[in-house]
Structure formats: C-alpha cells, structure tokens
Ligand binder design. Structure first.
Ligand code: GLN
Length: 503
C-alpha cells in the first residue's frame, strides 16, 4: 500500500479522489502507526477509534456515490482533551474529570466531523491547560518526537506531538498564553492561535475566558489554513465569537495562499519585536529569527525593528488575569456537578468537607497554585492592587500593538526563548517554566492572531519556532506571510530523525 503516514491534506485527498486508497485504509494506517509509536510518545489519553471507523465509512460512501469530497474528507485529526467529542471522555488531563464523559459535542468537533475528518483520539495536555511542557498532566508525560528525553511543550503537547510524529495529519489545540504556538515551536510544526473570537469555544473547557482560543496544528501552513477555514466562523452558542467575520462568504484562508511567495510578501511591512531578539533569548534562536527576517526582505518586504515597551509587563499581567479567571472557572468542580466526588473523611452532612476533599484530591499542584493565586488577586482589599491594575496594564500592552500596527502589517519574533527543554528540567521551578511563554503571551492579552512555524534547527538538532503576529482579524495576512516563508525555505519539510515506518 502507498505509504499513507506523513502526507499532507491535499496528497491524501488526491489519493482518495483517484480511488487509490479508501478513507478506511487511511485510518487503518494511522491507527497502526499510533499502536507502534504512542507507547514512546504518549500523545493520546484515549483513542476514538469507533467514531473514526464510522466517519471513514461515511467518506467511503461519498466516494462510492461519486459525490464531491468535503474539505477534510478522510483526514485523521487529534483533539486536545479539553474539547468535547460527544460520548468520549473529556478529562483535561485532570483526576477531577477522569471519569467525565462529554454529553455533547464542541462546535469545532462538529465542524470537523461535517468536513469529513476522522477522529483518531483525544490528546494529553497540562492539567486544565495550565503549563508549558505537558508535564502537569495527571496521567502521563508526553515526549517530544525529536528527542524522547525532552518535553513537547505545552499545554497542547499531546496534540502537537501527535502531528509531529505523524500519528495525525491535523490536531486541535487551545491557546490561552501560547499553548498552541510554543509546542508547535518545540516540535517543528505549524500552530496557529486565531484572532480572539474567530473560532467558537462552545464545548471547550474554560481556563481563562478572556484569553482562551482554539486553533489548528499541522505540518504545513497550507494544512493549517485549510483546518482554520473549517473551524472558524460565528457560533450563536458562543457569545464571544465574532458576529460575522467573513460577511457570509465563509472563510477560505487556503485560497489566499497563492503559490508565488514574492506576490504574497512584496511591499509588506514586517516589524521585528526588538524586546524579543536580545537578552534572555538563546543566541541561536535570535540568529534564526534574523535569518527569517532576511528571507522576508529578499522577498520584497520592508523589515524594521519595532518596540513594544509595555510587553515587559505581559508575564505578571497574564499570571494575574489568567489565574483570576481560572479561580472563577474552576469553581464548578465541586464534586456535585461534574466528575470526581470524594466523600472520604467527610461526615455525611458536611458538604463543605466533601468540597474540600474532592478539590484537594482532584486537582494537581499547579492548578491549586493558580486557583489560590487567582482567588487572592480577586479578593476584596487586593482587587484594585492586582486584578484591576493588571487589566489597566493589559490596555497599555494592547495600545503598544495598536501603535506599531499603524506602520507594520505583521510582527515577527521567536516563539520561545529556548528550544525544547529536558523532561523534569523545570518542574521544580515554576517561575522559569512561566518564562517560556514570554513571547507568546502578549498576543493573547491583545486578542491578536499569531502562528508559529519552523525556522531552523539549533545546535542540538532541535526545532526553532518563528512567531508571526498580525493585527485583529488579519489571520489571512499571517497565514500568507507564513506560507511565503515555507515556499522559500524547507524547514517544515525536515522530518524528525525518525520513528520507524510501519506498513
Ligand atoms: N503556558 C501558559 C500557562 O501555563 C499558557 C497555557 C495556555 O496557553 N493554555 O498558562
């Protein structure tokens, strides 16, 4: 059989359209690959094979009837385990939701299903999306396919590793402070956080609601764009989704990616974020970003260094706002409404003790740390000093972006200050872990679209990520610039040194 793993969407769809393979065969090849490699990578929390078999059968029927194939017909997709796929577990990699079965389907999953995708499985993550290495999962530690002793990044580490390793063609992640872009950088794939409100969050378990956004991960910008077209758009079930971002025409981001990179980039004004190409960023990463800037210059862009002076406050602002929102969002896990109920040690009539035991046992250390931090920041007497102040500084950070976007079309920077670090290297030092989000958090605070794409390998032969940010609703521009880069370089085609091929 033709090798089916590691292919792009358009390659697989071509094979389907020519009837060289069936959707069932594509699924079988990927499931076999998962069986062979996930014991090393540990990307999945559960497989959704039964659902995928039904989806594949449906696609094969369409082909048999000679009907047009929808956008993701026969494409294996992995879904982060904080996004509901009906009748399967949604654990958020937390003990407190270990036995929770989603009673309904997230809008994004519904859209993927309608587009013909095959759901391979749910993926491991930092508990409730709090973390940057997927080590905060209550269940297992996912490995980076490039080097199994390293983290895949986080919090969408399982989704990203699944795509990087070839176990899925696409994956969904969520990005509150960098959780799609940072793992994309660590695993050498493309990962996009769309404009806040571009993609419905109905069926996404909330972490920090003013920041959370769902987005796609794939091995190329083209596949990322196809996936975003499928999941984007207004949803009346999510009051934060943008009313009519596409003026009723439906998004077709991939159509904007003309094949000529000069055409995509010529005359574009590219700003290099000066705060992110200096101190605190590994020199090999700075060099890769400078080299990327030179690629854009050669394609006819006007490249200048710009400054976001208030972005130095982004980290503390994020860790006040995100934790404050998390403390409110996670209050619902009380042993009554969802998941775990721990009655051990509780007198029969003591509901308070039941709450306490459930939450003590159900949440991991990082989640507890953040609930406490957020509760403190919101408490009366401290609200003005912390939460309100953080919101005010958030506005200053947004104003910086508004200013530079008067003279720039896109901004570039590293996605992360380092390449993938070793498993356990940072687990005892939360602050150094938090610092790995320094380049991604500002875009969440300002609601802007951003993508991370591979921009080279460092000295340890590990991927380096280039971040491209755009103004609100400039998702298409971001994708165009990222695609032009991939047309002019081959970093995205370099596969990791290699999992053995199976059948
Ligand atoms: N790593 C960041 C955090 O720990 C961002 C997480 C995310 O985007 N979900 O909060």
């Amino acid at each position: 059989m033709t090798e089916l793993v590691g292919r792009s969407i358009s390659e697989l769809k071509k094979l389907l359209a020519e009837k060289s393979v069936s959707a069932r065969e594509i699924l079988a090849a990927h499931l076999k690959y998962v069986q062979a490699h996930d014991s090393d990578i540990k990307a999945f929390t559960c497989l959704t094979e039964e659902r995928a078999q039904k989806q594949a059968a449906r696609v094969d029927e369409l082909i048999a009837r000679g009907e047009a194939l929808p956008a993701l017909a026969g494409i294996p997709v992995a879904v982060k385990d904080n996004i509901c796929v009906a009748d399967y577990p949604t654990t958020c990699s937390s003990r407190i939701l270990e036995n929770f079965i989603a009673p309904y389907e997230a809008t994004v999953a519904q859209k993927l299903d309608q587009a013909g995708a095959l759901f391979i499985g749910k993926t491991n993550m930092d508990e409730f999306a709090m973390g940057s290495s997927t080590e905060n999962s209550a269940f297992k530690k996912t490995a980076n396919p490039w080097d199994l002793s390293r983290v895949p990044g986080g919090s969408s580490g399982g989704s990203t590793a699944a795509v990087a390793a070839g176990m899925a063609v696409l994956a969904l992640g969520s990005d509150t402070g960098g959780s799609i872009r940072q793992p994309a950088a660590f695993c050498g794939v493309s990962g996009m956080k769309p404009t806040y409100g571009m993609v419905s969050r109905f069926g996404l378990v909330a972490y920090a609601s003013s920041l959370d956004q769902i987005g796609p991960l794939a091995r190329s910008v083209e596949d990322t764009a196809i996936a975003l077209s499928v999941i984007a758009g207004h949803d009346k079930k999510d009051s934060t989704s943008i009313p009519d971002p596409f003026k009723n025409q439906g998004p077709r981001f991939e159509m904007a990616l003309s094949d000529n990179p000069e055409k995509l980039v010529k005359g574009l004004r590219v700003g290099v974020i000066s705060e992110l190409v200096g101190e605190g960023i590994e020199p090999e990463i700075v060099s890769a970003i400078r080299a990327a800037a030179a690629v854009f210059e050669k394609l006819g862009a006007k490249v200048t260094d710009i400054s976001l002076p208030n972005s130095k406050y982004a980290l503390p602002v994020y860790y006040l706002i995100a934790t404050a929102e998390a403390s409110a969002n996670l209050a619902r896990y009380d042993g009554v409404k969802y998941g775990l109920r721990e009655t051990e040690g509780a007198a029969k009539d003591s509901i308070l003790q039941m709450y306490k035991s459930t939450r003590s046992k159900g949440f991991g250390a990082e989640v507890k740390r953040r609930i406490m931090l957020g509760t403190y920041a919101l408490s009366s007497g401290y609200y003005d000093a912390y939460y309100k102040k953080a919101q005010q500084v958030r506005r200053l950070i947004k104003n910086d972006f508004d200013n530079v976007f008067q003279n720039c079309d896109v901004l570039i920077s590293p996605t992360s200050p380092t390449v993938a670090f070793k498993i356990a290297e940072k687990t005892d030092d939360p602050l150094s872990m938090y610092l790995s989000d320094i380049a991604t958090i500002p875009a969440n605070l300002a609601g802007l679209p951003g993508i991370s794409i591979p921009a080279g390998l460092g000295k340890d032969k590990l991927p380096i990520g280039l971040q491209i940010l755009g103004n609100t609703l400039s998702d298409e521009v971001v994708l165009k610039v990222a695609h032009a880069f991939q047309q002019s370089t081959d970093f995205h085609n370099r596969q990791f040194p290699g999992l053995a091929t199976v059948g």
